[in-house]
Design a binder for this molecule. Sequence first.
Ligand code: FAD
Length: 552
Amino acid sequence: MEADFVIVGAGSAGCAMAYRLSEAGASVLVIEHGGTDAGPFIQMPAALSYPMNMRMYDWGYRSEPEPHLNNRQLACPRGKVIGGSSSINGMVYVRGHARDFDTWAEMGADGWSYADVLPYYKRMETWHDGGHGGDPTWRGSEGPLHVSRGPRENPLFQAFVDAGKQAGYEVTGDYNGEQQEGFGPMEQTVWKGRRWSAANAYLKPALKRENCDIVRGLATKVVMENGRATGVELIRSGKAEIIRARREVVLAASSINSPKLLMLSGIGPAAHLAEHGIDVVADRPGVGANLQDHLELYIQQASLQPITLYKHWNLISKGLIGAQWLFTKTGLGASNQFESAAFIRSKPGVEYPDIQYHFLPMAVRYDGQAAAEGHGFQAHVGPMRSPSRGAVTLRSSKVEDAPVIRFNYMSHEEDWEDFRTCIRLTREIFGQDAFKPYAGKEIQPGADVHSDDELNAFIAEHAESAYHPCGTCRMGRADDKNAVVDPQGRVIGVDGLRVADSSIFPQITNGNLNAPSIMVGEKMSDHLLGKDALPAANDRPWIHPQWAVAQR
Ligand SMILES: Cc1cc2nc3c(=O)[nH]c(=O)nc-3n(C[C@H](O)[C@H](O)[C@H](O)COP(=O)(O)OP(=O)(O)OC[C@H]3O[C@@H](n4cnc5c(N)ncnc54)[C@H](O)[C@@H]3O)c2cc1C
């Protein structure tokens, strides 16, 4: 088998590339280890906590024991299904702050500043504002990715925004537009009541074209001939085979498996490859390094009124919600239930938000475990720009062995200060008048957890990943010895091979990672096709005028 472009991974970025490359007439073969996304566990938005726990849809990775988190091994789910992680994620839609991309450019990713990426964000989306506000000049209206807002019927969603305002923060009508900073409605990749994954948005329409196809198999390495990638080796139905690329091979296997595949193919830190008996094709010390993530805490408050989702936390109610969704694609099943958000700054002198909130009208972990007994609500809160860095390395040279994933979470004092700030600021928000009719006792951290030491102990035991690993094939200038790909996604030191997914982010963005991963796929398609990038935008984002001297 052969095609112009062979893409490994039908995830957020891979699906976008399959669509754009085949749209331009190139032939595309996508190799994907996971299978179908059919059925309510993936398609019904409110079922989001199921697929992330199902081995059928998840690679099942865990971190190594994290020394600063009581040696806990944190879950590191990655989608193993068409759509990749966009098929098992929480469907929250956040582009990131404009300054994130300016920082990428400053770090050597020329052509990836906000002015450069904004046109791609607009190209990829069709935004349904539902009359809630926002400025269409910042938003797209013709892209494959439908973005909407939940109905926000539960009064707690508005209480969260009102409380933010009462505490002196900004209110923003559209955090994906001109102004990220503030409290406001959250957006979701949900359309007509269904999860609008990269598979639904991009891959399925692309597969209707004659020049785009998908092969189910496990990619084991890139085939290299005279320093050039010419194809991909894979195992399909128990047999090894090779798919050849006439033009280029593109890895879009995400932040854990893209660096793993590079290393298995001889591209990575030479000494580490030698340890595992792998012949070195290109000594790139940056492969697997620069691993970043977001951690978050769930700050939970009992609700005095029986209005939370807890009333539906039983089999009969879940069955009724599921039935309504199956027949009409409406009701509680049709939303991810993250319908209010906030982006704030932790202290004066921070130029743009470094704390993100997701508000949920129920007290339960993200993965659906450990629901509180009784009515409650919670904020997921965490710092956005941790200085901690980890690495993905090989456990062995066997493709079937999970790599070693070490985040080094909370390895800087700044991480602890920032998390304590997150807890204290959240308590202040939940203490505002807007929550007076609803807020009962604090469920966690709890009334007796206040001193720095007590908060640190709580953080060490309860911080969880927000599932945003990235940065392990960092993009940078071609002469940067620790960069893995250049600003066009080309693996430095090798011909015919690119990486395009969340692993190339130089630095994690200020929000969730599906939108920027899809944006990478969109923009990289133009590079692969040799087209000029879309003209840069001139629109400048809103920055708090008092940021240097005030926190809000
Ligand atoms: C549980 C969870 C919740 C999340 N919640 C949100 C959220 O609410 N909002 C948000 O914006 N982001 C969220 N994220 C993060 C976001 O979804 C991901 O960062 C993003 O989808 C990553 O895109 P990607 O293109 O890098 O990789 P993926 O989308 O992960 O795609 C990689 C693909 O490559 C395939 N693959 C890997 N290795 C091989 C191989 N060897 N052979 C063949 N195929 C292979 C995988 O099976 C997968 O399909 C969440 C992630 C998870 C896991």
